[in-house]
Write a protein that binds this ligand. Structure first.
Ligand code: ADP
Length: 326
């Protein structure tokens, strides 16, 4: 095996990962050698199969603490996710008794910053499941040319870490409706994804949630029954939802009297993420005022509160991130 070929196969490997590959290969060589051990091509290949890049390994497992209460609005989406993902994990006997099918996977679709990731994390937290998250474009880049292996590794780890929630963010880039026929790369990724989904046991301990803000760009094969069959809309928040999001985002923040209804009325088209931005900016404006009032002697923070006026000013300096919606 040429070193160039090894280099080609080790996108995303750190120096420590490469050392681990060599140690693994050497162990294999020693185990199979009659005479003095020599690392052969097949030892290296087996080692590369066994040792993945730690970047993906480490970055993606979490035990989230997000609760449904942290998510403002989205009542329908929450209810749908609870029934289709949480119940099968929590009450398998009920599904068995009624011979009810649980979806293998659920697609959360809606504009960026509306709470799709939060929802997936809340499901994992409420079922005490490990949360394995992969970002479509990131996985495609990290494993250039062999992203199907990233998919396989991901599900292998999910089964090992079960109960687990697998979150496929920006799934449209993993499984695009129009395949890149030049390399066949995405075709291999899709077929690996389908293999993994088809292999999951119904009402099993690995739940799959995928997210996209371009539903029409997802390969329809992925959305067939038995696969990621349930679709849940995660829309831009309406007036009531925006007020609820202000409530949760301001929870734990020292404030004066806040009228969230008025704030909601002034933020048509804002996503949850935009509202989080307004609250962050409002806090900075409050600090600015506080520093000025105390002549930059901030030893006593007790007078520092975010007021309605700070939040109004923050709204004036921001705009909704998603245009044409709301
Ligand atoms: P998405 O996955 O849809 O792009 P996220 O779930 O990552 O969006 O949301 C990004 C951030 O925006 C969250 O960490 C949170 O601070 C805020 N946010 C988004 N939606 C909501 C919501 N419905 N309620 C409260 N906060 C929200």
């Amino acid at each position: 095996m040429s070193l160039d070929a090894v280099a080609d196969r080790t996108h995303g490997y750190t120096g420590a990962d490469l050392t681990a590959v060599l140690v693994d290969a050497a162990t294999r060589a020693a185990g199979s050698a009659a005479g003095p051990p020599v690392i052969r091509q097949r030892d290296l290949e087996a080692a590369l199969d066994a040792v993945g890049p730690s970047t993906l390994r480490d970055a993606s497992v979490q035990t989230p603490t997000t609760t449904y209460q942290d998510i403002g609005g989205l009542d329908r989406a929450k209810r749908e996710v609870v029934r289709t993902v949480e119940w099968p994990q929590r009450y398998p006997a009920l599904f068995e008794r009624l011979d009810a099918a649980a979806p293998t996977g659920v697609l959360l679709h809606g504009p960026p910053g509306t709470g799709k990731t939060m929802l997936a994390k809340a499901v994992a937290a409420s079922t005490d499941a490990n949360f394995l998250s992969v970002d479509g474009p990131e996985l495609m880049n990290r494993y250039v040319g062999e992203s199907e292996r990233g998919v396989r590794d991901l599900f292998e780890r999910a089964r090992r870490l079960a109960p687990a929630v697998v979150f496929l963010d920006e799934v449209d880039s993993l499984a695009p409706a129009r395949h890149d026929t030049d390399t066949g790369a995405s075709e291999r990724v899709v077929s690996q994804l389908l293999t993994e989904l088809d292999g999951l046991s119904p009402r099993g301990s690995v739940a799959v949630l995928a997210a996209t803000n371009r539903r029409e760009s997802v390969d329809p094969a992925l959305l067939r029954p038995g696969r990621i069959e349930t679709q849940v809309a995660v829309p831009i928040p309406d007036q009531d939802a925006r007020a609820a999001i202000f409530e949760v985002q301001l929870d734990g923040v020292a404030t004066g009297r806040i009228d969230t209804t008025a704030l909601a009325a002034a933020t048509t088209g804002y996503t949850g993420s935009d509202i989080a931005g307004v609250v962050r900016e409002g806090a900075l404006l409050a600090m600015e005022d506080h520093l000025r009032e105390t002549e930059f002697d901030a030893t006593d923070a007790s007078g520092l509160v975010v007021t309605q006026r700070h939040l109004r000013r923050a709204i004036e300096t921001t705009a909704p991130s998603v245009d044409g919606a709301g």
